[in-house]
Design a protein around this ligand. Structure first.
Ligand SMILES: [Mg+2]
Length: 232
């Protein structure tokens, strides 16, 4: 019986790619780099993802991720006179204003809030995540939010989720379900803790070896069937 749902934010409840693209285009204009094409956005997005992956494996620190992704992106595009740190600063400041829900996410969490306790569990820069959660109204709908910067640890570490467990009502770990798009942070985190896992996989990526996925959905509306099945 599921009693508590832990939600990933970026690319699960909020359309991270859309806000990323809007923010990057804004930063390009601000730094006089002209229009940022969709292919440049895609290029940045791939670099960004690879840096966050390296944070999850412990290879890089958060600071190295934030600046390093732009150093690589700017140098690849020949913008060598642009300061990656300043570029990053403006980008991070622009991101929260470019908030967009993932399709039907807002309605889904509002509906579920009548029956379930729900919390956000997210990695990311504190200032950005806090503003996004406020601007989107998510913080008002959910029962609480856990941002890695505040917690002091990041998903998928057990330390991160230990802090979460200490601050939510006490239930069995298999009465908690984590829902997210990332195998390496959300599903792995859930597996580490013995939570039920629901992989939000709208692009139908192949499941990788070593991850225990209880449910796979490609539309957030399917969460209602998942919970019906669990709780029947
Ligand atoms: Mg995500």
């Amino acid at each position: 019986m599921i009693k508590i749902i832990l939600w990933d934010i970026d690319a699960t409840l909020l359309d991270f790619l859309k806000s990323e693209s809007m923010a990057l285009k804004k930063v390009f204009l601000h730094f006089g780099l002209g229009e940022c094409s969709d292919s440049k956005v895609a290029e940045y997005s791939a670099i960004n993802q690879s840096y966050w992956n390296r944070l999850e494996t412990g290879e890089l620190t958060k600071e190295q991720v934030l600046i390093g992704r732009f150093e690589e992106f700017l140098s690849l595009n020949g913008y060598n006179d642009v300061d990656a740190e300043k570029f990053c600063e403006y980008f991070e400041a622009s991101l929260p204003d470019c908030v967009e829900f993932m399709g039907n996410a807002e309605r889904v969490i509002k509906t579920l809030s009548k029956t379930y306790m729900q919390y956000a569990v997210t990695n990311g820069a504190k200032a950005v995540q806090e503003k996004k959660l406020a601007v989107s109204g998510i913080e008002k709908i959910l029962n609480g939010v856990f941002i890695s910067d505040n917690v002091g640890f990041a998903k998928p570490s057990k330390e991160f989720f230990d802090v979460v467990l200490k601050n939510i009502p006490r239930v069995n770990t298999d009465e908690i379900m984590i829902v997210g798009d990332s195998l390496t942070s959300d599903i792995k985190g859930g597996n580490n803790m013995g939570f039920k896992t629901c992989w939000f996989n709208p692009h139908h990526l192949p499941l990788k070896y070593g991850y225990n996925v209880d449910y796979r959905i490609d539309n957030l509306d399917d969460i209602f069937d998942v919970l019906k099945n669990e709780n029947s």
